[in-house]
Ligand binder design. Structure first.
Ligand code: AHR
Length: 823
C-alpha cells in the first residue's frame, strides 16, 4: 500500500525533450543482413581477408593485432559458436559455395581501388556457385527483390540467376554477360513462395569464366524507400525516439587504426565504399553508412548524435594512439562528416550529399568525441577535436566520454554507461539526485541489465526504476539510450539486445516495452511528488573469503562452528604450515585471467567453504596482524551471475574468477575499519577506528542474517550494516496544461494498491499503459509477443484515488485535468 502525493502547482523544471533516444551499433550482424537488408553475405568477397595490420593464427582461428589483442576470426566466418550453431559448412570464401566450378579470390583485378578482392569463377558445364546469405536468403511471396552485380566476362558467357530452395527453382532469369571490363547487370526477382532460408544461385549451363566485382540482393520495399528494413524501422519508430546515437560503440574505436570508423569509408556508391572488419567479429560493407543514418534520423524525426573516433583505438583492446598526420586525418574526417550533414549544397561535402539525393542539409546538433575513452591521452585528443570543431560549428553540443570538466576542459554533455544487475539499477534510483546542477548535462548513452535475468521482465523492472530516477533528474540527465539495439538471432555476440530478428520476423525484449511506455508520454514539466512505499533487500548469499596482499596467515576458520578451508582459489593459493594457513601470490594465469575479466586484481581472493546459498550464519577466524598489512574479509562471496558477453568464447575463464566473485569487503588497515559494497563502490557502514594486537593472531567474526551484517574484532562489535535495499515502488510525475502523467514502477512481487493524492481535480476516466507479467517472462522467437504493453481505459480517477499496480509492472497513467470554469 504505497502513496504518491503530487503537487502539480509546484513545477520543478521542464522535461528534457530529447531524453528518450536510441543507440545503434553494428553488433550481432545488425547492419548488413539486418537493418540494412542486404541478403547476400560477403557480397564483396572480402570477409576472409584480415585487417592489414593483423596476423592470423591457428589456421585463421584468430586474428592478432600488433598490440597483442586477439579475436576469433575463423577465416572470416566470425565466432566459432556461430559456425557451430548455424551448422555452417566450411568454404574458403565465406557464404559462397560452388558445385562443378572453381572459385578463388583475385586480389589484383578488382572492381575499383576501394575493393580488395574480386571473385574469379571457372564454371564447368552445369556448374554453379551459390550464396547462403545470413543463414539463408529470405523470400516473401509476392515481394520484389533487386539484384545487381558488377561482372567481367572476357568471353561471352550465359548464366542463370536463380533463387532456389531444396533444389527447386523459385524464380530467376537468364542473362548474357560480355563486354570490356566490369559491367553492371541488374535484375528484379518476384518471390513465388515464402521462406527464410533459400539460396541465391548463379548457374552456368555451358561452362565458362567470370569475375564478380561486387554483388547485392535487397528487398525493393524498404522503409520510406530509403533502403532500410521495414519491420525494424517501424519497431524503432514505435519507441518514439528523439535522437539516434551512431555508429557505435566500440566499432567507432576499432581495434587497429585501419578498423577505426571513418566517415569517408561510408558514403558514395556502396560498391565504392571500402569494407572493414568490425570489433564484433565480422566485416561490414558499410552500405549502412553516414548518409543512411542521417536519412533514418530525418525519417523518424530524430536528432543525429554522431560518435567519431578521436584518434585512439579501443582502450579495452590494447589501444593504439594516433599522432601527427594520422590524428589530423581523423579530425579532418569528422570535419568533413559535419560539413556533409549541415554544409550548404554548394560546399565540398554538401555537394556530395546533394549527389546522394539530399540537397537540403540534415541536422547535426550533437557530436560525441570518442567512445568509452578516458585518461590523459583521451583528454589531449578531446581538447584538440573540441577546439577545432567548435570554432567551425559553434552551435554543436559536445559530448565527452568522461568527466573532462574535472580537468577544466570545456564540455556540454558527459556520456555515462551502465551495465549491471537489476538490483544495481533499482538501488541507484537516486544516482543523479545530487549531481551538480551547474555541471555538464548527462547522457546515459548505454544502459542494460547484463547480469542475471537478462532479457526478462524483471530486468526491465530494474532498468525502469533507473529511468524513473533519470526522469526525476531530467534537468541534469537530458539524453538516454539502451544498448545494444539490434540482434540477428543467429549471430549474437552480445546479449541482451532490445530487438531481435531473423530473416523473416522480429520481436522485442520486455525492456523495449518499458522504454516505449516511458518515452511515449513526456509532459512539459516535472512536478513535485513524493512516494511513500516499502523496501526490498538485495538478494545475498555466499561464504566468507579472504582478500588483501599475498601472505595472509590465518587459522581456526569456521562457518557456523564447522572448519572451512580455501575451497575456491580465485587469486592466490592456500598452503598449510603447522597450525596455520598462508595464502600466497596469485599465479601468472590468475593474473592474466583477472586482467581479461577487466578487474586487474593484484591481491589474493580465496573463498572459504562451498555453500553459495548461505544467507544466515556466523564466521569466525583468526588472522595474524602485522604493522602496515591490510586485512580483508569478504562477506557473501559467491559467483554473481556472469555477463552474457564474453570476449573469447573459445577460451572461457574459470567458473570462479575475479570478474564474478565480488563480495562485500570488510577491510582493516592502519587502525581503520571500512565495509564496502565493492561491486557498486559504496560504503555499507561508516569508517571506524579499530585496534588490533600486532605480531599475533586476532579474532575476527561476523554474523549475517540476509538483512543485517555485524562485524567483530577480538569479541568487540566494530560495525553493523544493512544489506542494500531499494524502494518497492517508484514514481515520477509530469504534466501539461491538460494532463497529469503519473509514471509508476512496481518492482515488488506483489500488486500494490497505490493511493494517488493530487492537488488538482481530474476526470474519472483515464488511460493506463501497462507492462506486466511474471518475473522471468521473456519473449522468444516462438512466442514473440508474450510480454508487451497494453493500454487500458479505466474509471475512478480523482484528486484522491487508488490505482492498482500489478506486481512487476511499469505503468503510465494519463489523467485529464478538469478545467475550472468561472462563475
Ligand atoms: O553496447 C555494446 C558495447 O558496450 C559498446 O560497443 C561499447 O560502447 C560498450 O562497451
Amino acid at each position: 500500500m504505497s502513496t504518491i502525493t503530487v503537487k502539480t502547482a509546484e513545477k520543478r523544471f521542464p522535461t528534457a525533450k530529447n531524453l528518450y533516444g536510441i543507440f545503434f551499433e553494428d553488433i550481432n550482424r545488425a547492419g548488413d543482413g539486418g537493418l540494412y537488408p542486404e541478403m547476400l553475405r560477403n557480397r564483396s568477397f572480402e570477409d576472409s581477408i584480415p585487417p592489414v595490420e593483423c596476423e592470423t593464427e591457428q589456421e585463421d582461428y584468430a586474428i592478432i593485432t600488433p598490440a597483442g589483442w586477439r579475436d576469433e576470426f575463423n577465416h572470416g566466418e566470425g565466432l566459432s559458436r556461430w559456425i557451430r550453431e548455424n551448422k555452417t559448412e566450411y568454404t574458403p570464401i565465406p557464404a559462397w559455395y560452388s558445385e562443378n566450378a572453381e572459385m578463388k579470390l583475385d586480389r589484383e583485378d578488382t572492381l575499383n581501388e576501394k575493393r580488395c578482392a574480386a571473385l574469379a569463377i571457372s564454371f564447368l558445364p552445369q556448374g554453379c556457385i551459390y550464396n547462403t546469405g545470413f543463414t539463408g536468403i529470405p523470400q516473401k511471396a509476392g515481394e520484389k527483390y533487386h539484384f545487381y552485380m558488377f561482372a567481367k566476362a572476357e568471353e561471352p558467357v550465359k548464366v542463370d540467376l536463380l533463387i532456389e530452395k531444396d533444389n527447386e527453382i523459385w524464380c530467376g532469369t537468364e542473362i548474357n554477360l560480355c563486354g570490356k571490363g566490369y559491367q553492371r547487370y541488374d535484375y528484379e526477382f518476384t518471390a513465388g513462395k515464402t521462406a527464410g532460408n533459400a539460396k541465391f544461385v548463379i548457374r552456368c549451363q555451358k561452362g565458362g569464366k567470370l569475375k564478380l566485382g561486387f554483388t547485392s540482393l535487397m528487398p525493393v520495399d524498404t522503409y520510406n524507400s530509403h533502403g532500410l528494413r521495414k519491420d525494424l524501422v517501424e519497431k524503432l519508430k514505435n519507441m518514439h525516439p528523439t535522437f539516434l546515437r551512431f555508429p557505435g560503440g566500440c566499432i567507432v574505436e576499432g581495434f587497429t587504426p585501419s578498423t577505426a570508423m571513418r566517415f569517408h569509408n561510408t558514403i558514395g556508391p556502396v560498391w565504392e565504399r571500402p569494407s572493414h572488419l568490425l570489433m564484433w567479429h565480422y566485416r561490414t560493407t558499410n552500405g549502412l553508412g553516414y548518409h543512411e543514418y542521417l536519412q533514418l534520423c530525418e525519417d523518424l524525426d530524430m536528432e543525429p548524435l554522431y560518435v567519431f573516433n578521436c584518434g585512439m583505438t579501443c582502450q579495452a583492446r590494447n589501444s593504439v594512439l594516433m599522432e601527427g598526420e594520422d590524428l589530423e586525418e581523423m579530425i579532418q574526417d569528422t570535419l568533413d562528416a559535419i560539413e556533409y550533414a549541415v554544409g550548404p549544397a554548394g560546399s565540398r561535402w554538401g555537394k556530395v550529399r546533394a549527389l546522394m539525393g539530399h540537397p537540403q542539409p540534415f541536422k547535426m546538433n550533437y557530436v560525441e568525441i570518442g567512445n568509452e575513452n578516458w585518461g590523459p591521452d583521451y583528454e589531449e585528443r578531446y581538447l584538440k577535436c573540441y577546439s577545432i570543431i567548435k570554432e567551425r560549428y559553434p552551435f554543436i553540443k559536445f559530448v565527452a566520454n568522461s568527466h573532462v570538466e574535472e580537468k577544466e576542459l570545456p564540455v556540454d554533455i558527459v556520456d555515462e554507461h551502465f551495465y549491471n544487475s537489476v538490483e544495481y539499477f533499482a538501488e541507484n534510483i537516486h544516482f543523479y539526485d545530487n549531481y551538480d546542477r551547474k555541471g555538464p548535462e548527462i547522457f546515459v548513452g548505454e544502459l542494460a541489465v547484463l547480469r542475471g535475468p537478462v532479457g526478462q521482465l524483471y530486468a526491465a523492472m530494474g532498468e525502469a526504476m533507473f529511468l524513473i530516477g533519470m526522469e526525476r533528474n531530467q534537468d541534469v540527465v537530458t539524453l538516454a539510450s539502451y544498448a545494444p539495439l539490434l540482434d540477428n538471432y543467429h549471430y549474437y555476440a552480445w546479449y541482451p539486445n532490445l530487438i531481435i530478428f531473423d530473416n523473416l520476423q522480429s520481436y522485442c525484449i520486455p525492456t523495449y516495452y518499458a522504454w516505449k511506455l516511458l518515452g511515449g508520454s513526456r509532459g512539459n514539466h516535472v512536478v513535485a511528488s513524493k512516494d511513500t512505499t516499502g523496501v526490498l533487500y538485495r538478494p545475498v548469499s555466499g561464504m566468507p573469503s579472504l582478500l588483501g596482499p599475498a601472505g595472509v596467515r590465518y587459522r581456526k576458520a569456521a562457518w557456523d562452528g564447522k572448519t572451512v578451508r580455501a575451497v575456491h582459489e580465485v587469486m592466490g593459493h592456500e598452503a598449510a604450515s603447522e597450525e596455520e594457513f598462508i595464502i600466497s601470490e596469485p599465479d601468472e594465469e590468475q593474473k592474466a585471467e583477472s586482467a581479461k575479466m577487466g578487474v586487474k586484481l593484484d591481491e589474493v581472493l580465496v573463498v572459504l567453504g562451498d555453500n553459495e546459498t548461505a544467507v544466515k550464519g556466523t564466521f569466525e577466524i583468526e588472522i595474524f596482524a602485522e604493522e602496515g598489512r591490510e586485512i580483508g574479509i569478504g562477506v557473501y562471496s559467491s559467483r554473481i551471475p556472469k555477463e552474457v558477453y564474453m570476449n573469447d568464447e573459445t577460451h572461457p575463464p574459470r567458473e570462479w574468477n575475479a570478474g564474478i566473485v565480488r563480495p562485500f569487503q570488510w577491510r582493516i588497515k592502519d587502525g581503520r575499519s571500512t565495509f564496502m559494497d565493492y561491486q557498486n563502490s559504496v560504503p555499507l557502514a561508516a569508517e571506524v577506528p579499530v585496534k588490533l594486537i600486532m605480531g599475533t593472531y586476532n579474532k575476527f567474526r561476523y554474523t549475517v542474517t540476509g538483512r543485517e551484517m555485524s562485524l567483530y574484532v577480538n569479541d568487540e562489535l566494530i560495525q553493523k550494516a544493512e544489506v542494500p535495499q531499494f524502494p518497492a515502488m517508484a514514481s515520477v510525475v509530469c504534466d501539461t496544461e491538460d494532463e497529469v502523467i503519473v509514471k509508476i514502477v512496481n518492482i515488488a512481487p506483489e500488486p500494490d494498491d497505490i493511493t494517488i493524492n493530487l492537488d488538482c481535480e481530474v476526470q474519472s476516466n483515464y488511460l493506463a499503459g501497462i507492462l506486466t507479467g511474471e518475473k522471468h517472462d521473456e519473449n522468444t522467437i516462438e512466442h514473440p509477443e508474450k510480454v508487451q504493453d497494453i493500454e487500458l481505459r479505466l474509471l475512478g480517477a480523482s484528486s484522491h484515488f487508488i490505482y492498482h499496480a500489478p506486481a512487476y509492472s511499469v505503468n503510465v497513467l494519463q489523467l485529464k485535468k478538469k478545467k475550472i470554469t468561472k462563475g
